[in-house]
Design a protein around this ligand. Structure first.
Ligand code: TYD
Ligand code: MG
Length: 454
């Protein structure tokens, strides 16, 4: 047997180097290289069994594959999965420790255990702990087989014996293969164990759900390395200090990646939130400047969120800039537009931006609300609670059209907003109905006049 050799593997992009470097030569990440011991037998190739060669076949002669889905009954999860768990697919559920991954999976077991056999492998908790959680969640336990084990070979042997319909591995960072010569949780281990489990399950058409921990910087080995191997990657996000949790698909071979699922963590587990807009607006302050409502699109679903800005004068040479839930660079862009086009002196102010409820907004349609919240805080003008603003802002200070403006306006109207500020071109030709006042926004100056009128 060849003697083990040392290599350094990047936890971000999986690149390998023979020497330690402060910065990964492939992806440029700092401090991401981790030492691993590598033996020839530990290579992924060693675990692959030779197959009969397959010949290329014309696409036209290829039969349609039926994508059979098991509806989990947890509506928000089904939505993100694209209509249910596809039989034989491999799903990676990633998120920070303590966010609620195990809770969600135990609830999933409760929902699916009646219809099939589930093998729940936990490398983190003991049986009594799992039992306590199941009881707390009201999971009957029917059809669920628990295995508290971290050794890959033992898990595979049990898997062969049990022959489950669904395999859950919680978490991949705790599973350990004796063939790979590195510590549990290292990139080699994570890759090896996931590959072995997937290969076995794929051959049998068994659905697999793998839990992967990530930290805020995404720096823990695991999920990144696995993303390309699995069929779907779901990120479980949220602020642990708050009860809202959002599940988002970062990759889905069987559905859209735009959908999100919203949950609330309660005493008895995760509760689905079917009306997130009402939840996000429930604690909105009244008569305070710097708060503006916006309707963003998450997949096919319009969601109303609250954007808050706090602008305070400072004498510091480098004023503070903080953005929570909004892209940092987008904030700088909007500040520059407001400064240049409206002459507002943000350069002598600290600026804090926040999206309520731990929501992360990528939709440029939120620009209008961000700009209004900033102006409102700077000028200390309260935005009326029945006003909502949407629209993308260009560098010239112009409001640009946004997608599905009708759908967003309808959601705003449903939640009681009566003044809907929209880019002019989204309104053209439309007549406001039912007491709704559509306010056209042409340029950034219109936003200023809209506020000045309040
Ligand atoms: P958990 O599912 O263990 O997180 P993960 O598997 O992602 O590490 O969730 C742990 C947190 O959820 C814990 O801090 C307690 C909280 N929790 C509730 O608030 N209610 C519940 O019913 C359960 C089971 C957990
Ligand atoms: Mg857990």
């Amino acid at each position: 047997m060849k003697s083990p050799k040392k290599i350094f593997v990047c936890s971000e992009c999986d690149a390998q180097t023979p020497k330690w470097l402060g910065r990964c030569p492939e992806c440029g990440a700092w401090n991401s290289l981790m030492e691993e011991t590598y033996t020839a037998s530990a290579s992924a190739a060693a675990t692959v069994t030779p197959r009969v060669a397959e010949h290329a076949a014309p696409l036209t002669d290829t039969e349609d594959a039926d994508c059979v889905r098991t509806v989990t009954g947890i509506g928000e999860l089904d939505r993100v999965l694209g209509g249910g768990l596809v039989d034989g697919s491999v799903v990676l559920l990633a998120g920070e420790p303590g966010i609620g991954k195990s809770t969600l999976l135990m609830q999933l077991c409760g929902a699916l255990g009646m219809d099939g056999k589930i093998l729940y492998v936990s490398g983190e908790e003991s049986r009594p702990q799992l039992k306590i959680r199941a009881k707390r969640l009201g999971t009957s336990g029917e059809g669920i087989l628990l295995l508290t084990e971290t050794d890959l070979d033992t898990i595979l042997t049990e898997y062969e014996r049990v022959k489950p319909d669904i395999l859950i591995v919680d978490s991949i960072q705790t599973i350990y293969s004796q063939r790979a010569n590195s510590a549990p949780g290292s990139i080699t281990q994570v890759r090896e164990c996931a590959a072995a489990l997937m290969q076995r399950a794929k051959a049998d058409g068994v659905s697999v759900i793998i839990v992967g921990h990530v930290n805020k910087e995404g720096g823990i080995a695991g999920p990144k390395v696995l993303e390309h191997m699995v069929d779907a990657v779901l990120y479980f996000e949220g602020d642990r200090s708050q009860s809202y949790r959002i599940i988002r698909a970062a990759k889905n071979r069987y559905g859209s990646t735009n959908e999100i699922g919203v949950f609330e963590m309660c005493d008895s587990g995760l509760r689905e939130v079917e009306n997130p807009s009402a939840m996000l607006l429930s604690e909105r302050p009244t008569n305070v400047s710097g708060s503006c409502a916006v309707c963003i699109l998450e997949g096919t679903r319009p969601i109303i969120a609250e954007i808050q800005a706090l602008v305070t004068p400072t004498n510091a040479q480098n004023p503070r800039r903080t953005a929570n839930g909004i892209d940092y660079n987008r904030m700088f862009l909007l500040l520059a537009v407001l400064e240049k086009r409206l002459g507002l002196r943000f350069s002598s102010c600290d600026v804090y931006l926040n999206v309520i409820g731990g929501l992360r907004i990528d939709d440029p349609g939120a620009d209008a609300a961000v700009a209004l919240a900033l102006i409102s805080s700077m000028r200390d003008i309260v935005i009326p609670p029945d006003l909502i603003a949407m629209g993308e802002i260009g560098l010239a200070g112009e409001f640009r059209t946004i997608s599905s403006a009708d759908q967003r306006a309808a959601e705003a109207a449903r939640l009681g907003f009566t003044k809907i500020a929209l880019p002019k071109r989204c309104i053209d030709g439309k007549i406001a109905a039912g007491g709704i006042d559509l306010v056209p926004l042409g340029g950034i100056y219109d936003a200023l006049t809209l506020l000045a009128k309040q």
